[in-house]
Design a protein around this ligand. Sequence first.
Ligand code: NAP
Length: 306
Amino acid sequence: MAYSEKSVIYSAADFANSGQVFRELSREDKPCPARLAVFGDPIAHSLSPQMHNAALEVQAHEFQYVRILVTTEELGHALTDLSEAGFIGVNLTIPHKQAALEFVDEITDQARLMGSINTIAVTDGKLQGHNTDGPGFVIAVQETLQLKLSDQRVLILGGGGGAGRAISVQCALEGCPQIYVANRTLEKAEILSEQVEESLGKIITPISLVPEALENALESVNLIVHATSLGMKESDPSPIPDGLLTRNHFVYDTVYSGGKSALIRQAEAAGAKNANGLSMLLQQGALAYEIWLKEPAPVEVMRKAL
Ligand code: NAP
């Protein structure tokens, strides 16, 4: 990797002297300012810089993408200062996807319904909020499981969380014939269901994340999407009890933290086709890149970099 800054994590305070800090970076010993970033807390684990910097380099853009540790308290200031610091956009990750809504000037209709943004583009000093998680998921399911999302009967586990809600709304937008949303806090799934019906006229069935309700839903769906925070550690349990998956199910686990999650192990044991969340990470990133750069993303370069 030709980026000398790749292990550096900046902080929101760096915006105060951004004229210096973000222009001091170098690529192959040439100054190369930061114009793109991911904001999160924690942020050390983010794989986005390696994917985006590979793309920027191959398309000969003389700027780069950095990780910036931004706390909840700092988010408003960091976003307000983006334009002046010379940034053309940022990605947002935990815990900022919902909180950032109040700091942007415009937001797409889909992102508004999803209730979160993962991408901000800076245009003429204005911040535009987008959500590329949902559209990225559509492409990821097609390329990993060879499924056209619009034809699937879907159960989304953790559909009341940020990623789960984006995926659930996307399933409704695609016109999936059946959508169950299971969430530990049932009320969040119920609110989502009401909002989707009101905005899109589509039915989402909210259910509790408990064995009886899951067993019932699993009998009628073919695609199971996991979007709870469980599974980031290999020792985390699966939200689905053993013995309920069959070889006719397809499993997409949005978690991509290295080893196999308990859910993926269950899918393998049942003979069910499965995929982890790396493809969604790639595709949401490629869509964000296209929003910022207004040119096709070099997806294969980004995939290789991941
Ligand atoms: P989030 O907004 O904090 O949502 C967390 C979800 O997990 C909520 O539905 C929450 O239920 C549920 N949950 C948390 N602990 C649980 C437990 N012990 N048992 C059952 N449910 C539990 O987080 P997020 O940003 O949506 O991220 C969720 C997952 O999606 C993470 O694993 C992340 O890695 C993954 N993700 C992947 C991608 C990708 O590109 N592949 C992108 C974004 C996120 P309550 O509502 O009841 O709290």
